[in-house]
Ligand binder design. Structure first.
Ligand SMILES: C[S@@+](CC[C@H](N)C(=O)[O-])C[C@H]1O[C@@H](n2cnc3c(N)ncnc32)[C@H](O)[C@@H]1O
Length: 235
């Protein structure tokens, strides 16, 4: 049976989707970039392929995901999270693919935001997204599912979702092939825009912009995403 990290790229192919384009444009416009929760490293490897010649560093606590990323030897990959790695000098940090929702507590969020602040140059920006809790997207995940190709066969994915507790949702991702089956449990936090803004300020970062979608539309109660641009100010 393949590991979850081996399946990740097949389940999440680089597609030029609107969030892919949003982040790739930002990365290509910055001389040095830190990707927090880089997973299998797709964004930075795409940036390198598209001609980025500067410093690109990806950080992730999942050794299996990072092993996939390390196939791209022209990028620096670090095992850990923003409370365990020590980095400095970046113009831009990003956290994509809803990795921010893996931060389940205020302490996790603050540790990440403070670590990113330390890693940024004065004037540097951190851009990340989290799903808008007001839209309650998780309530529709159990009805949805999809198929993806793996070793010449079609593999089915479907979800079992528990009712939200506080602002954390428990979800089991079932991946079913002809001759194997995985059931990977995970938890995701659906933080409110208000709480997020408070924590950004508490971590010493300055909100610059907030969007509700990948076309940079305003954040409204119906927006699918809370996309945040925050900055480390000059001192
Ligand atoms: C859904 S994947 C997204 C990966 C990648 N950013 C992408 O867009 O494909 C979420 C990633 O967040 C990572 N992660 C979990 N907890 C984290 C933490 N505290 N700090 C940084 N990354 C974390 C996971 O290991 C996983 O690789």
């Amino acid at each position: 049976m393949p590991e979850a990290a081996e399946l990740y790229n097949a389940m999440n192919p680089w597609s030029g989707r609107s969030d892919d384009r949003f982040y790739l444009d930002l990365v290509l416009g910055a001389p040095s970039v830190l990707d927090v929760g880089c997973g299998t490293g797709t964004l930075l490897s795409q940036a390198r392929s598209a001609g980025h010649r500067g410093r690109l560093v990806g950080v992730d606590p999942d050794a299996d995901m990072l092993a996939q990323a390390r196939r791209h030897a022209d990028i620096e990959w670090m095992h850990g999270d923003m409370s365990t790695v020590s980095l400095a000098g970046f113009d831009l940090a990003v956290m994509t693919g809803h990795a921010f929702q893996c931060l389940l507590t205020d302490d996790d969020v603050l540790a990440t935001l403070r670590g990113v602040r330390d890693a940024l140059e004065p004037g540097g920006r951190f851009v990340f997204e989290t799903r808008n809790p007001l839209v309650r997207e998780w309530e529709r995940w159990s009805e949805s599912g999809y198929d993806f190709p793996w070793e010449g066969k079609s593999v089915r994915v479907f979800y079992e979702v528990q009712p939200i507790v506080g602002d954390v949702v428990d979800v089991v991702e079932n991946i079913v092939a002809d001759d194997w089956k995985r059931a990977d449990r995970g938890q995701l936090r659906f933080i409110s825009a208000e709480r997020l803004s408070d924590l950004v300020v508490e971590a010493g970062l300055v909100p610059v912009a907030q969007y509700g979608d990948w076309e940079r539309g305003p954040l409204t109660p119906d927006s699918p995403e809370i996309i945040s641009v925050v900055q480390k100010v000059e001192r």
